[in-house]
Design a protein around this ligand. Structure first.
Ligand code: TMP
Length: 247
């Protein structure tokens, strides 16, 4: 963290601290400042570690993707990148759900249904998880979400459409730099006016990226599964996403 960032952060208490980010209020009630950390956790916080430089990669990669998505009609919380690790975003009321899109079977879906990782799915799948650390973020159906009042039917329809659009846009651009977008997780929030925006981050922490030629994993699975070369994988993905951004 540069000195200026350090001073800013120590002067102000975070409004919210998550596993990978801190969120601060700003003078503008409609805008928050997000600071990305190098802390890494997996399995609902049971495994802990540090991925050196991760905060910088996740901040910059998320911001490049958010800006690209804006040009493709997906509205996001992105306002302005402040520094390597810090970004201004719109203040939102977050929906308490994680939205996962899958193109290939992997991770929890492969385990749950006893599928080989990498099996192609006939079409992209959208899954919803209830954000509850104490329950380990359980898989829920849209009926659960509606019946529990976690989101309205219209919210769910919009979120699903946006998630599939994100999948199209990111799958297409990543293919140009020899990356397969296997699956990813998104989070959404609502403005005071009721508009749903894509929020949180899109990074190697929240996506599975496989090299298209070797199937090498270029994401957080290297940390989750103790595969080594975690920092190099994050740096390599950042290099490829920058290549896309400069096209
Ligand atoms: P899963 O296969 O473990 O359910 O993960 C699906 C996708 O969601 C994968 O790209 C990693 C991402 N993910 C998160 O961003 N946060 C999480 O807490 C989990 C479990 C997965």
């Amino acid at each position: 963290m540069d000195q200026q960032t350090e001073q800013l952060n120590s002067a102000q208490e975070a409004m919210y601290e998550g596993k990978a980010k801190r969120v601060y209020r700003t003078e503008d009630a409609g805008v928050y400042r997000v600071a990305y950390k190098d802390d890494a956790t997996a399995f609902n916080g049971q495994k802990r570690g540090t991925i050196v430089g991760k905060g910088v990669v996740n901040n910059q990669m998320s911001n490049l993707f958010f800006q690209l998505l804006e040009t493709k009609g997906v509205h996001t919380h992105f306002v302005k990148e402040l520094s390597e690790r810090e970004t201004l975003v719109r203040a939102l009321t977050m929906l308490p759900i994680e939205v996962v899109v899958r193109n290939l079977a992997a991770g929890s879906m492969a385990s749950r249904l006893d599928l080989e990782e990498g099996m192609k799915l006939a079409h992209p799948i959208v899954e919803f998880y209830y954000k509850r650390d104490d329950l380990g973020d359980p898989l829920v159906t849209t009926d659960h979400i509606e019946a529990l009042g976690l989101a309205t039917p219209s919210d769910i329809t919009q979120v699903k459409q946006m998630a599939l659009r994100v999948n199209e846009v990111l799958s297409d651009v990543l293919r140009t730099v020899d990356v397969i977008l296997v699956d990813f997780k998104l989070e959404f929030g609502k403005t005071d006016e009721g508009e749903i925006l894509l929020a949180d981050e899109i990074s190697p922490d929240t996506c599975r990226y496989w090299d298209a030629n070797t199937n090498e994993k270029l994401d957080k699975d290297r940390f989750r599964r103790d595969l080594g070369g975690v920092e190099n994988a994050y740096a390599e993905m950042m290099r490829r996403v920058r290549e896309v951004a400069s096209l």
